[in-house]
Ligand binder design. Structure first.
Ligand code: EPU
Length: 433
């Protein structure tokens, strides 16, 4: 069933108020789920967000014969020695993270068969770094009938030296997990440094892995035996993209907002930019507070140029909400999306709402602000742009209908219920246009 979000805009008034809690990170939970294949015993993940991508990963694992038990917000995953290693085509084509699962499966079982992964349409999203990496571990790859078949020579992978041509988030995580059961030492260089990578390494190390340097550009892994949780449960880090999106929504639409259960250090770059543009933000260990925002609503902000960058730079996953923010800031801003080439297409819809946005090329847009936005019917193109539309519709004058809410559900749990608690008039409906 197609569902939409109906939002009555606030006409630029800062009327939202209250507290919102951040869930655990989608991009950390999904990796922890794939890591469960490296374990001899049951892996229990707690406080797991109820989002589509998690359900899909559970489905993909289940389809292989991995046992995934869901109890409230906990997931318990057991990988027996006799599972299949043929990834289901239909599920994999709907989930980019299916490629991450290939690493642990190959490392433990010595062979995997999988299709080209799917996911959000935000660029070409090749998998060459993964294939080259697996080959360095001593795997042989054949590509036939739209599927890749990978086999470890001699049935077992060997530690490898890998230099990533450019930083890759899931590539780093996948090679790190692949190395955990490979024979000998692996060195990964020019690694991505996102907090989800360190979180994954910390979890694996607690359970017997030997990984050093995660979170820096060089990671070393000493291969060993299957991991064991010995009953320890794992709660992944808070979602920094959810945190940042709520912060941008608050900066635009709330007079007072407390964002609980987050790590402000993971969104430092955003806090810095928002503060410079006049938003009063306080931070505590696990909270971000916007205060007296209403009082500065007439203040003239200054424009800001934003360039997406690997962590700790400005995250590409917050680029779309940031563009919405910049439509409300005085002056000209340039946003340069350096990571994905298809991630600015949603800006044509913002322009239809009244934003003054010029696309220079696939990677750059110029935004002149402030411009009032007017509500309209929008189609969510991917999960991050979908949430940006929610923010734009909240700022706008009049009503908006956001179709394809399915994309938003992939990464954000019950967004309408959580934002309604802040005073936003937002409802889920079967109506589409
Ligand atoms: N790339 C290649 N070859 C590869 C892999 C990547 O050329 O084999 C390129 C990509 O095309 C891109 C660049 O390398 O231009 C960086 O991509 P990266 O591999 O870092 O992205 P990813 O690992 O596929 C993860 C997140 C994305 C997030 C990016 C950047 C997960 C599941 N996905 O993707 O999250 O945007 O890192 O931080 O962790 C999202 O959650 O909405 C999302 C898209």
């Amino acid at each position: 069933m197609q569902e939409s979000l109906f939002i009555r805009g606030l006409s630029g008034e800062k009327k939202l108020r209250g507290e919102i809690s951040v869930n655990t990170a989608k991009n950390a939970v999904l990796k922890a789920m794939t890591a469960s294949v490296l374990f001899e015993d049951e892996v229990t993940l707690i406080d797991v967000p109820n989002i589509e991508d998690v359900h899909r990963m559970a489905e993909l694992l289940n389809n292989l014969g991995v046992e995934v038990k869901e109890e409230g917000r906990s997931l318990s995953i057991t990988t027996k020695p006799d599972i299949s290693t043929n990834l289901n085509t239909e599920i994999s084509e709907r989930l980019r993270t299916s490629i991450v699962l290939v690493g642990p499966l190959l490392s433990r079982f010595g062979n995997v068969s999988f299709p080209h992964p799917g996911g959000c349409v935000i660029g070409a999203r090749p998998i060459d770094f993964f294939l080259e990496g697996f080959e360095k571990f001593g795997a042989e790859i054949t590509h036939d009938n739209d599927r890749y078949e990978i086999k470890a020579k001699g049935g077992k992978l060997k530690g490898a030296d890998i230099f990533f041509k450019s930083q890759t988030h899931t590539g780093t995580e996948t090679m790190m997990m692949t190395a955990v059961l490979a024979d000998g030492k692996t060195t990964l260089k020019n690694c991505a440094t996102e907090p989800e990578i360190k979180d994954l390494a910390d979890f694996l190390n607690l359970c017997g892995a030997n990984i050093t340097g995660a979170g820096t550009s060089t990671i070393e892994i000493e291969g060993g035996d299957l991991l064991r949780t010995n009953g320890k449960e794992h709660r992944v880090i808070p979602d920094r993209i959810e945190t940042g999106s709520f912060l941008i929504l608050g900066a635009l639409c709330a007079d007072e907002l407390t964002i609980n259960n987050c790590n402000p250090a993971h969104v430092e770059v955003l806090i810095e930019i928002l503060r410079r543009s006049g938003v009063s933000i306080q931070t505590e260990v696990d909270k971000i507070i916007i205060k007296n925002n209403g009082a500065i609503k007439n203040k003239s902000f200054t424009s800001t140029d934003v360039k997406t960058h690997e962590y700790p730079g400005f995250p590409t996953d917050l680029q779309a909400p940031m563009v919405v923010y910049l439509t409300q800031v005085t002056g000209e801003s340039l946003v340069h999306e350096t990571i994905f080439e298809g991630r600015l297409n949603y800006t044509t819809d913002l322009a239809r709402m009244g934003a003054d946005i010029t696309m220079w090329d696939a990677h750059r847009v110029e935004i002149k602000g402030p411009t009032p936005l007017t509500g309209r019917t929008l189609g969510s193109p991917d999960l991050r742009a979908g949430l940006a539309f929610v923010i734009a519709a909240s700022v706008a004058k009049g009503n908006s209908l956001i179709n394809n809410v399915y994309y938003i559900d992939r990464g954000y749990e019950h967004i309408e219920t959580r934002l309604a608690k802040l005073g936003l008039d937002i409802t889920r409906t079967n109506r589409t246009e």
